[in-house]
Design a protein. Structure first.
Lengths: 221, 589, 450
C-alpha cells in the first residue's frame, strides 16, 4: 500500500496545503473590508471545466495508484512469474506519444484560431489513438498466443486488466474527442471550441503519462 | 458543456428555466430538485435496510421462534442492511441530498457548476439502487458475505449468494462510484469556483466545509472500492487469482492459486475508513451550524473547527489497518496504526469541546433541531470514546469481532449521523417546503429515537465484553454466556422494533406538514447564512432572482454587541458604527 | 430543560449499568491479564471523560437556556482555552496509547521454547496438529488435501510422519506452558477465539498466522470462529481442554499420528464382512434396513460417516441419552467391534453393499421442503450426496422415517448434545430452523424425491 500512500499523500498534501494557505491567519469575524477589496468568489484564472477536469484526473490518479499498489503487493507473493511483454508495446508507445504531439498541435492551432489546422491535428490525434488501441488488442493477441492467460498467471492477469482499464479511459476521451471534432466541422472559427481542445489535450497528455508509468512498471517486473 | 459557468452569473435568464413538469421535477437540472430526488431514493432504500435490521433483531432476540428466517436469510439481511445503510443511505443522503441542496445556496451560487452531470448523477445512483435491489430476486438471493465482502468466502460456495448476489453487489457498487464521482466533481468545483462575491473560504458555513472535505475524501477513497470490486469480480467470473489463494472449499479443490485475501482487506479498508469520515464530516459541519443558529451564538473556535476538519480528512487515509489488527497481517503494523488512530482522536475531541463551548454562554432555544444536535453530541461522545478502545491495538484484540464493535460503530456512524440528519431535515424543512413542521410530533420523534437507540446500543457493548461474537445466527449453548445475556438480547430487540416503528411519526410529520403546516416565512430561525436570505421560499430555479448576493461577513454573526437584532445575515452590508469584531470582538491572542 | 435532566439521567444510568450489569469479561485463563488491565484503564479514563463532558453539557443547557431577554455572548474563539484543551487531550490519549503499545510488544513476541500447536480451520470445523516426537511439523500443501489426508500433510516429508492429528475432537493444552498457536485455513477466513484466552487472530488461507499464550487455569473452554466464514459460521465450534502436563502427555500418546492414520486407510474387507454378520441381523444382509426393527438402511451411506458414528456409539458419544431408545440399543452392538481397525473394516464393507431404492413412508410438501433444504444442502450437498469435508452424511435415498426421527432427536437435544460430538452439535444448532413437525415432514419428503 506504500504506493497508494505516496500518491494520496501527494494529493492530500496539495489539498491540505491549498486549504491552509487560504485559511491560515484569517480571522473571518474581523474581516469587514470594503466591498472593493472583497475577492469575487470565482478566481478568473481558471475555468470551472478545467478545475473539474483536474479533479477528475485526481480521481483517476487515485484509481491507478491503487491498481499499481495492488500490483506491487501481489508481486511480492511467491507464485509471481514474469510475463514476456509483447514487443508491439514499444510501437504502441510511440503511437500514443505521436497522438499526444498531435493534440498539442491542435491546441496550438486553436490558439492561433486556425480552424483547419486545429481540425487536421485533432483528427490525426484521434486516429493515432485508435491505432494505439488496435495495437493494444494485438498485444493481447500476442500474449495469448504466447500462452499467458488471465487464469493461472497473476502477472498476465494484471497486464490484461491494467491495459484494459487504461484503454477504457482512452475510449472515454475519444468520445469527447468525437463530439468536439464533429462540431468543429462546420465552425467558422475555433472560439468556443478552444476550451474543449484544451481539455482534450490535457487529458491526452495525462493518459500518455499513465501509460508510460504503466509500461515502465510492466517492463520492470 | 454549454451549461458550464452559469452558476455564478448575475443574469438568470441564461439558465433556460424549465417549463414542463417533466423537465422541472424529473429530468431536472435544478440542484434543489436533484437533492430531493437523492434524498427520497436514499430514504426509501434506507427503509428497506431498516426492515432488514428488524428481521435480524427478531432472530437474535428470539432465536428458534421465527422459522421464516434461516441462516442464509440472516446473513443476507446483515449484509444488505450494512451496505445499504453505509453507502446507499448515509453517503447518498449526506452528500447527494444535503450536499446538493446546501452547497449552491450556502455559497451564493445559482446552481451547481455542471447541472447536467448533476442530473446524470442522481439517475445513475438510482440505477445502482435498482441493481442492488435486483439481487433480492436472482437465484440464490443477495450476497450474505457481510458488508465487508471479504474473499474467499464472498465468492465461494458455502456463502449465500456467492454466484449471482455478489456479482450484482459489486456491479451496483461500481455504478454507485460512477454516480458519486459525477456528483462529487460538482460539489468540489462549485465550492471552489462558484462562490459569490465576498464569500471567502473562511466565511463559508461549516456545513459546506464538512461536505466539501467529505467529498474530497470520497473522490480519493472510492476508487479503492472500485479497484477491489473489479478485481474480485474477475476472480469470480474469469478465475483469476488476485485475491484467491489455493483452497479446498467444501471438499472441492479450487483452480485458484496464490492470491492474497489480505490484499483485498487493505484495499477495502483504504476505502472503508475514509468512508467513516465521509459520513461523519458532513454531520460534523451541519451540527455546528444547527448549534450555532439555535444557541444564537457564533460557533466557538471556527478556525480550529475548519482545521480539525482538514486534519481529520488528511489523517483518515493513514489509519485504515486498525480494522485489521486481528486479520493476520504483519502484527508489527499494529504499532503504527494504533498511533495514527489515536492521534485522530485529538482533532475529533476538539470538535466536541467546541460544540459544547458554543452552548456555553449561549441563548439556547430548545427547538427540535437543537434537541437532535444535543442528542448527537451525547451519542457521538459515547461512540468516540469507545473508538479509543478499538483503535488501541491491544485493547481491540479481545473486543474485536464481538458485539462491542457492533455497538461502537452503530453509535458513532449509525445513530450519530442519523440524529444529525433528522435535525437537519427539521431545520431546513421550512426552507425546502415553506411550511413549518409539527413541533409536538418532532419532539416525540426525538425522544423516542434517542432513548430507544441508546437502549439498543449501550447494552451491546457489554455483551461484547462478555465475549458474544457478532454475526452469529444463533448462540446455542456456551460455557461463558449466561442466560441473562439472552434476556438482554430480547430487550434490545424490543427497543429496536419500537425505534423502527416510531420513524412513522417522522414520515407522518413530513407529509402532514407539507399540506397542512403553518407557513414558515423566509427565515424562521433568524439565521445568518445565505440560504435563508433567498428572495423566495422555497427558492426558485436560479435561487437569487435578478442579482447574486454579495457577502460582507462570516456565517456566524449572532448576538453581535451593538447590533439591532441578535443575528446579521451574511449579505447585510456593514452599517457605519456597527462593525463587529473591530470594536467588540473578543480576541485572546 | 427536559433534555438536560435526561442527559444527567442517561449518564447516571450508564454508570449504574456499568457497575451493576452482570456482563463483564469471562474469568481469564491465560497469561494475558495485562490486556484486561489496559481495557480497564481505558474504561476508567474514557468513563471519567464521558461523565464530565456530558454533565458539563447538561449544566450549559440548564444555565444558558433561552429566557426572555437573554442574549448570548460574542466570543469567536479563545486561543488559550483551545490550546489547553488540545494539550490535555493529547496527554490523555498518550496515556492510553503508551501502555497499549507496550503490551502489544509482548503480544507479538513469542517467548523462546514455546510449544507449537497448529489449529486448522475449515468450513465449519476445527482440527489440530501437534508436531510429534521430533518436535517439527511436516510441511503441508492445500494440494495434498483429500478425504484421506484432511490436513494436507506432505506424505513424502519425514518430519510429518509422527505429526499427531486431532481431527474433529478437542484441542488439549498443558497448563503453565507457553504455547504458540499456528493458525492455518483450508478454505476461507476464520478466526480462532477462546474468550478466556483474550488473544485471537484470523486464519487466512495461503498463509500461517499465529498467537501465543500460557494457559493458567485447567478446564474446558469454548473455541469459536469469529470471522464470518459462510452459512454455518455460528456453528463452527470446538473446545480446548487445559490440563496438567501429565494428563496432557497421556492424552497426546493416545492420539493417532499421520503415519498410523494413513496405514489404517487400507481396510480388510473380508474381516469387515465377518464383523457385519452381527449388524446384518437387524440392518439386513444387504444393509437394506428394516423399519420394523428400527434399523435404518446402511447401503450407500458414506463409509467415513458410518465409521464416525460407530466410534461415537462405542465411546458413548451417541446413544447415551435416555430419550434415544434405539440409539441405546445400538451402543452395545457397536461395542462388539474390538478396535478402530475393526470399525474401519466394517465401514468399508458396508460401502460395498448394493444400493436399492427405499420406499417413502412420509408425505409432505416437497416444494416447501426444497426451500428448507437450501440450508441443509450447503453441508450435505445440493443433491444430498454427503460431503466428507463437512462431515455431513448422505441423505439421498435413505430411510425417511429414520431421518425424521434423527431430526426430532437433534431438535430435542437427544442426539448431538454430547460435548465430544462437534458435528452433532452443529445439527443441534441448525435443526431449530425446522419450526414444527410439518416442516420436518416437508423436508424429508423432499429428500425422498431427490
Amino acid at each position: 500500500m506504500t504506493w497508494a500512500l505516496v500518491f494520496l499523500a501527494l494529493i492530500m498534501a496539495l489539498v491540505v496545503g491549498y486549504l491552509l494557505s487560504q485559511t491560515i491567519n484569517r480571522k473571518p469575524w474581523l474581516a469587514n473590508d470594503p466591498l472593493e477589496n472583497l475577492p469575487s468568489g470565482m478566481p478568473q484564472s481558471i475555468s470551472p471545466s478545467k478545475l473539474g477536469l483536474g479533479v477528475l484526473l485526481a480521481v483517476i490518479t487515485s484509481m491507478f495508484g491503487l491498481f499499481f499498489s495492488a500490483y506491487v503487493q501481489r508481486m511480492e507473493l511467491n507464485d509471481w512469474s514474469r510475463v514476456q511483454e509483447p514487443s508491439i508495446l514499444w510501437v504502441n508507445t510511440v503511437v500514443l506519444v505521436l497522438a499526444s504531439v498531435a493534440m498539442n498541435q491542435a491546441l496550438r492551432g486553436a490558439r492561433r484560431d486556425d480552424v483547419l489546422a486545429t481540425r487536421r491535428a485533432l483528427i490525426a490525434a484521434g486516429l493515432l489513438s485508435f491505432v494505439f488501441l488496435a495495437g493494444q488488442l494485438l498485444a493481447w493477441d500476442q500474449l495469448r498466443d504466447a500462452g499467458f492467460y488471465m487464469r493461472g498467471n497473476p502477472a498476465a492477469a494484471f497486464f490484461y486488466l491494467l491495459t484494459a482499464i487504461h484503454g477504457f479511459h482512452l475510449i472515454g476521451g475519444l468520445w469527447v474527442w468525437g463530439r468536439t471534432s464533429s462540431r468543429l466541422r462546420g465552425a467558422e472559427n475555433v472560439g468556443e471550441f478552444r476550451l474543449s481542445v484544451e481539455l482534450c489535450t490535457v487529458y491526452w497528455h495525462f493518459m500518455l503519462l499513465v501509460w508510460l508509468f504503466l509500461f515502465a512498471l510492466l517492463l520492470n517486473t | 458543456m454549454a451549461y458550464v459557468a452559469i452558476a455564478d452569473r448575475d443574469d438568470p435568464h441564461a439558465m433556460h428555466h424549465p417549463k414542463s413538469f417533466v423537465t422541472r421535477y424529473i429530468w431536472s437540472q435544478d440542484h434543489k430538485v436533484i437533492a430531493i430526488q437523492y434524498s427520497l431514493i436514499a430514504i426509501a432504500v434506507g427503509l428497506v435496510a431498516l426492515v432488514l435490521s428488524g428481521m435480524m433483531r427478531l432472530q437474535l432476540g428470539f432465536p428458534d421462534t421465527f422459522s421464516f428466517i434461516d441462516p442464509a436469510d440472516y446473513y443476507q439481511f446483515i449484509t444488505m442492511h450494512g451496505m445499504i445503510m453505509v453507502i446507499y443511505l448515509l453517503t447518498a443522503l449526506l452528500l447527494g441530498g444535503f450536499g446538493n441542496y446546501l452547497i449552491p445556496l450556502m455559497v451564493g451560487a445559482r446552481d451547481m457548476v455542471f447541472p447536467y452531470m448533476n442530473m446524470l448523477s442522481v439517475w445513475v445512483y438510482l440505477l445502482a439502487v435498482i441493481v442492488l435491489m435486483a439481487s433480492f430476486f436472482v437465484p440464490g438471493g443477495p450476497t450474505g458475505a457481510g458488508w465487508t465482502l471479504y474473499p474467499p468466502q464472498a465468492i465461494s460456495e458455502g456463502t449465500p449468494g456467492a454466484s449471482w448476489g455478489i456479482i450484482l453487489m459489486l456491479l451496483s457498487l461500481a455504478i454507485f462510484i460512477v454516480a458519486f464521482t459525477m456528483g462529487g466533481l460538482n460539489y468540489v468545483t462549485t465550492v471552489l469556483q462558484a462562490r459569490c462575491r465576498g464569500m471567502t473560504l473562511m466565511r463559508m458555513p461549516l456545513s459546506v466545509w464538512g461536505i466539501f472535505m467529505a467529498t474530497v475524501l470520497g473522490l480519493l477513497a472510492f476508487p479503492a472500492l472500485f479497484v477491489s470490486a473489479v478485481m474480485m469480480a474477475l476472480d469470480s467470473l474469469i478465475g483469476t487469482s488476485f485475491f484467491m489463494p489455493a483452497i479446498v472449499s467444501l471438499g472441492e479443490t479450487s483452480s485458484h492459486e496464490g492470491g492474497s485475501p489480505i490484499l483485498f482487506q487493505h484495499l477495502f479498508w483504504f476505502f472503508g475508513h475514509p468512508e467513516v469520515y465521509i459520513v461523519a464530516l458532513p454531520a460534523f459541519g451541519i451540527v455546528s451550524d444547527l448549534l450555532s443558529t439555535h444557541a444564537r451564538k457564533n460557533i466557538f473556535g471556527y478556525r480550529m473547527m475548519v482545521w480539525a476538519i482538514i486534519a481529520i480528512g488528511g489523517l483518515s487515509f493513514v489509519v485504515w489497518a486498525h480494522h485489521m489488527y486481528v486479520s493476520g497481517m504483519n502484527p508489527y503494523f499494529g504499532f503504527f496504526f494504533a498511533t495514527t488512530t489515536l492521534i485522530i482522536a485529538v482533532p475529533t475531541a476538539i470538535k466536541v469541546y467546541n460544540w459544547i463551548l458554543t452552548l456555553w454562554r449561549g441563548d439556547i432555544h430548545l427547538t427540535v433541531p437543537m434537541l437532535f444536535s444535543i442528542g448527537f453530541i451525547f451519542t457521538f461522545i459515547h461512540g468516540g470514546l469507545t473508538g479509543l478502545f478499538l483503535g488501541n491495538v491491544v485493547v481491540d484484540v479481545p473486543l474485536s469481532d464481538t458485539y462491542f464493535v457492533v455497538g461502537h460503530f452503530h453509535m458513532v456512524m449509525g445513530v450519530s449521523p442519523i440524529l444529525v440528519i433528522f435535525g437537519a431535515i427539521y431545520h431546513w424543512y421550512p426552507k425546502i417546503t415553506g411550511k413549518m413542521y409539527n413541533d409536538f410530533l418532532g419532539k416525540a420523534h426525538f425522544w423516542l429515537t434517542l432513548l430507544g437507540t441508546y437502549s439498543i446500543y449501550l447494552p451491546m457493548h457489554y455483551l461484547g465484553i462478555l465475549g458474544v461474537p457478532r454475526r452469529y445466527f444463533a448462540m446455542g449453548t456456551t460455557d461463558f454466556i449466561p442466560e441473562s445475556a439472552q434476556a438482554m438480547n430480547a430487550g434490545i430487540t424490543i427497543s429496536a422494533i419500537i425505534v423502527a416503528v416510531v420513524q412513522v411519526i417522522f414520515i407522518v410529520n413530513m407529509i402532514w406538514s407539507y399540506f397542512k403546516g403553518k407557513d414558515a416565512g423566509g427565515n424562521p430561525w433568524r439565521a445568518t447564512t445565505l440560504e435563508w436570505q433567498t428572495p423566495q421560499t422555497p427558492p426558485e430555479h436560479g435561487n437569487w432572482g435578478e442579482k447574486l448576493p454579495v457577502v460582507y461577513r462570516w456565517a456566524y454573526d449572532y448576538s453581535v454587541p451593538g447590533a439591532k437584532e441578535d443575528f446579521i445575515p451574511q449579505n447585510e452590508p456593514p452599517e457605519p458604527g456597527v462593525v463587529a469584531g473591530r470594536e467588540h470582538g473578543v480576541e485572546h491572542t | 430543560m427536559a433534555i438536560a435532566v435526561v442527559l444527567i439521567l442517561l449518564v447516571v444510568g450508564s454508570v449504574i449499568f456499568h457497575f451493576w450489569s452482570p456482563w463483564w469479561f469471562t474469568p481469564i485463563a491465560s497469561n494475558w491479564g495485562m490486556i484486561d488491565d489496559t481495557v480497564n484503564l481505558t474504561f476508567w479514563v474514557t468513563g471519567i471523560v464521558f461523565v464530565l463532558i456530558n454533565l458539563f453539557m447538561a449544566y450549559c443547557i440548564i444555565r444558558f437556556r433561552h429566557r426572555k431577554g437573554n442574549k448570548a455572548a460574542y466570543e469567536p474563539e479563545n486561543k488559550k482555552l483551545e490550546i489547553w484543551l488540545t494539550v490535555i487531550t493529547s496527554i490523555g490519549v498518550a496515556a492510553l496509547l503508551a501502555p497499549g503499545l507496550l503490551v502489544w510488544a509482548k503480544v507479538v513476541t513469542v517467548p523462546e521454547g514455546a510449544m507449537e500447536v497448529e489449529a486448522v480451520g475449515q468450513q465449519w470445523a476445527w482440527s489440530y496438529r501437534y508436531p510429534g516426537n521430533d518436535g517439527v511439523f511436516g510441511t503441508t500443501s492445500i494440494r495434498h488435501v483429500t478425504a484421506k489426508n484432511p490436513f494436507g500433510v506432505d506424505p513424502d516429508d519425514p518430519n510429518g510422519q509422527d505429526d499427531v492429528l486431532v481431527d474433529g475432537k478437542h484441542m488439549h493444552l498443558p497448563m503453565g506452558q507457553p504455547v504458540k498457536l499456528l493458525l492455518r485455513s483450508k478454505d476461507v477466513l476464520h478466526n480462532f477465539t477462546v474468550p478466556q484466552f483474550r488473544v485471537k487472530m484470523d486464519l487466512v488461507p495461503g498463509m500461517v498466522s499465529y498467537i501465543w499464550l500460557t494457559p493458567t487455569r485447567t478446564g474446558k473452554f469454548d473455541v469459536l470462529c469469529e470471522e464470518l466464514c459462510g452459512l454455518a459460521h455460528f456453528a463452527m465450534r470446538s473446545k480446548v481442554v487445559v490440563q496438567e502436563q501429565n494428563d496432557f502427555d497421556a492424552w497426546l500418546a493416545t492420539q493417532p499420528t499421520f503415519a498410523s492414520a494413513t496405514e489404517r486407510m487400507e481396510p480388510d474387507l473380508a474381516s469387515g464382512q465377518a464383523s457385519y454378520a452381527v449388524c446384518g441381523a437387524c440392518h439386513g444382509a444387504q444393509g437394506e434396513g428394516n423399519a420394523m426393527l428400527n434399523a435404518p438402511k446402511l447401503a450407500g451411506q458414506n463409509s467415513w460417516y458410518i465409521e464416525q458414528q460407530l466410534k461415537n456409539y462405542k465411546s458413548g458419544v451417541r446413544g447415551y441419552h435416555e430419550g434415544d431408545i434405539y440409539g441405546r440399543q445400538m451402543a452395545p452392538m457397536a461395542g462388539t467391534l474390538v478396535d478402530d481397525k475393526a470399525i474401519a473394516n466394517v465401514s468399508a464393507y458396508i460401502a460395498t453393499l448394493p444400493e436399492k431404492r427405499v420406499s417413502d413412508t412420509i408425505i409432505g410438501n416437497t416444494r416447501r421442503g426444497k426451500d428448507l433444504y437450501r440450508t441443509c444442502g450447503t453441508c450435505h450437498g445440493d443433491d444430498g450426496r454427503g460431503i466428507w469435508a463437512t462431515h455431513a452424511p448422505r441423505l439421498k435415498n435413505m430411510d425417511d422415517w429414520y431421518l425424521k426421527r434423527q431430526l426430532e432427536n437433534f431438535k430435542a437435544g437427544i442426539r448431538g448434545s454430547h460435548p465430544d460430538d462437534p458435528f452433532g452439535q452443529q445439527m443441534v444448532l441448525m435443526s431449530p430452523i425446522l419450526g414444527d413437525e410439518q416442516a420436518i415432514d416437508d423436508l424429508v419428503a423432499y429428500l425422498g424425491a431427490l
